[in-house]
Design a protein around this ligand. Sequence first.
Ligand code: C5P
Length: 209
Amino acid sequence: MRFTVAIDGPAAAGKGTISRAVAAKFGFAYLDTGSLYRAVGVKALEVGRGVIDPVVAAQLAGNLSQTDLDRDDLRTAMAGQAASKVAALPEVRAALLEIQKTYARRDGGAVLDGRDIGTVICPEAEVKIYVTASDEIRAARRHKELVQGKPELTVAQVLDDLRARDDRDAARDIAPMKPAGDALVLDTTELSIDEAVDRAIRAIQARTT
Ligand code: C5P
């Protein structure tokens, strides 16, 4: 059985939480596609000693290993920024395209979250959800996650970081972040996690029953 749930949206809107919950509920596999770009970004910074070389980034994208994806420094703000820079390079996106397309149509169902799942990776997805929330709520949520490892971090810094990343992701020429024309837009600003998950589950059930 092929069934793809495409979940897109800006940083820290709740995509990961919703994706994991619906994958568990329906027994689907889950791919966090942001981690692919994060792994490439972090490694490209390392190889270039702080500078991202597009050719090197494309090579890295074509040779990602599980060890690269398991690194514990992928969730930092620096990794997010590096990810968003390499994600604007067409060669990097091309190198990561096939693995995501194959994952999306795997047998047994799949949930993928990212920026271009419903528009580029799997326009044929059975369910497309664009998860969003106000900038302030997203910054507050991400701050809560990151401040444990970095107590000096402020909400204002997180807000600047998210906005810079969202602007780059939405403005790039290739696969810009945007809702697919037929996506359900799910604004989680005033929703609890359970409510947001419940709406996503109902959207999927509407296609499965
Ligand atoms: O989702 P996450 O915040 O981990 O993604 C990190 C970055 O990777 C994003 O800011 C975006 O630039 C890039 N990305 C992308 N396309 C995807 C997933 C992530 O361009 N499908």
